[in-house]
Design a protein around this ligand. Sequence first.
Ligand code: TRP
Length: 339
Amino acid sequence: MPNKIIKNEKKRILTGDRPTGPLHLGHYAGSLKARVGFQDEYDEYVLIADVQALTDNFEHPEKVRKNVLEVALDYLSVGIDPKKATIMLQSMIPEIAELTVYFLNLTTISRLQQNPTVKSEIKEKGFEKSVPAGFLMYPVSQAADIAAFGAHFVPVGEDQLPMIEQAREIVRKFNRLYGKTLIEPKEILSDFSRLPGIDGKAKMSKSLGNVINLSDSPEAVRKQVQKMYTDPTRIRATDPGHIEGNIVFIYHDAFNPDKDEVAEMKEKYKKGKISDVEVKEKLAEALNNFLEPIRKKRKEYEKDLSEVQNIVIKGTEKGREIAAQTLNKVRRAMKIDYF
Ligand code: TRP
């Protein structure tokens, strides 16, 4: 029954993060949660993109280095299971860099300048006057990440869509010029809405200091929740409050498993029968309950960091084999497989 064979063959997915800091609740809601779910259904690869991280941190390599194992620890603590998913380190897979060089022929500077994510990042980072070439072309290197591992799908948030589009364009051009060699990747758009920062800004971002990290202590979580924005129109606890756009309730919805409690608090809040302090206390409790098993797992792995290193080394070796096979095909297709 040929159908059965196809069914058993899992499609490959690739995701990744730049190791520039600890992962936070925004990462969890936006992608880590989905990755934990996907690892049974798909052949999952997770890339710690240290080379990409260097494109805007090349002056601070120590920062990137420090965060490689931290990010690996974050992955393992949230339940990415090294028996099911493959965790890899980008710089230890030079085939990606090689493929990047070939891919650079297949796009143009002006196409790169039009990439909306790169465009806004250039502004954010103050690169307007002079953009490092490595930064401008990082979408090409990300296309190489995706193509080197033959990923069918890339689960992403909206901001990464332009990367997948550009990767698809490059792969199509490669296949058109050199013969069908590479897999055209598709995105799986995450259906989670983006978790706002604790200050109500659209995005949790380490540089804005509005994050709650997965590795934060219970006290640190409580402190951040205390700082959280609520309803700016509400001055006293007896004033009727608003739920929509209220950060505390957005987090309750995302992380408090006790839906009845949340519904009850919302009703009371609207009637001015519960204080901000109280809904925040409940939230801190819910978040700490949610984070507790993650902290526990992290502690276990922290006791044996060489085990974490081994997981990354093994994963990288496995990933490198796949990338090396892809590059053999690529060189053959490009007629540079000389001897
Ligand atoms: N650019 C991604 C981010 O900033 C990280 C990343 C690097 C990535 N390589 C990737 C994501 C390959 C998906 C696939 O979040």
